[in-house]
Design a protein around this ligand. Sequence first.
Ligand SMILES: Cc1ncc(COP(=O)(O)O)c(C=O)c1O
Length: 449
Amino acid sequence: MSTVTPEASLAVNGGPKTVEEFEAKQGGWGLKVGVDEFMALADTWGYSEAAREKMRDILEEEDPYVNPRLTRYYNPRPSRAAMLEEYAREVFGVKYALGVNSGTSALMSAYVACGIGPGTEVIIPAYTFYATAAAVVASKGIPVIAEIDDSFTIDPEDVERKITPRTKAIVPVHMVGVCANMDAIMDIARRHDLVVIEDNAQSCGGKYKDRYLGTIGDMGCFSLSSYEVVGAGEAGLVLTNDEWLYIRATSQHDTAACWRPDRYAKERTPGELFCGQNYRMSEMAGTVNLVQLRRMEAQRVRYNTNLRAILGGLDQFRDTKLRRSNDPDGDVGYMLILAAGSRESASAIADALEAEGVPAGARGTRASRDWHIYSYWEQILEQKTATEEGCPFSCPYYEGPLPDYSEDMCARSADLFDRAVFLSVNQWWTPNDCASVAAAINKVCGFLG
Ligand SMILES: Cc1ncc(COP(=O)(O)O)c(C=O)c1O
């Protein structure tokens, strides 16, 4: 027989509470991120077991209930991703900075923000990491591939030749430490009413006429991944001075639009809210990359000083030329590139430099594949897409003939890439080390170049 309790006994009506207190001392998820997680992290640094035991002993003496979530939201500690954005705004001198989880995500956020989509074309260089091109297709635009010049960055003359009524944006990529010719690119963009999105994954800290790369065009994109000169783990960054582009980039990078002043509000302006992705920067990436960004300027000065010291000690060679810089003072300087007279001599020079004790490499006569040169981008050249309908290449909004995609469509760039000799500069080389490297190049190229 069920007992019907009088209504007055409900706690809501002033009756006694059924549950005064739970015996469990932690919240439902318990301690989500504590000493064990911290120790697992320490393991990735490769500390010895003895060192890790000492760390654990110290950590266990501390109150473990801070429970950092390692997320930007609901975090008892100040968000490191937010701190990184604040520092980026300050150091780069821009109004808006958005931390994301990779350089590719940075490009996707910027492309979508700028309106790259069905029916639009984007001009990119033939020599860049494939992500620059792939993100155009993923944004539903058509990549138009332009030649590079002797700076190994996009050739402004070829950009201008490749503009059509469908062109929406130009993406200069500042390759391996050297800036694109930004005056020429900005001039073309203004004359043709185009957007400029700088891909600065490879030259973080580099400058053009005293302005940081990534702050000259409408938007600047960075990879802050460990493979880059500045970066650790996997992360990316978007910079802009344009509020609307920033708002749209935030919508693409976090489709729940958490970053807005009022997360659940209706859109304030048409075009603010749409179905995006989640590219939020993790707190781990924010933490380590804030440290990396703080090192950026001093590091660039060290690299640039050493590159200039080596270049200053070089002779003139018969056929081998130096990669031209669009602003030598602004080079990051971590790579010295020589353009040999032929693929064969590029291979011979790289081998001879290695034999002299100087780290160098060249593609030369090797037939190995490389995602940095357009001729291997079959996904684009053969229009491979995730589903068989072939969007965006087959999109009815696309009104032009597709670019004439082929392995030799930018033969000049492919040839330059094959003849390049890459020599990694060490920021910690002493003046004597730099003099020895210059002597080795002079010795080798004196015979072979
Ligand atoms: C020029 C360029 N753009 C974009 C990217 C993509 O960056 P991530 O690997 O962080 O997505 C890279 C990465 O190497 C790159 O070199």
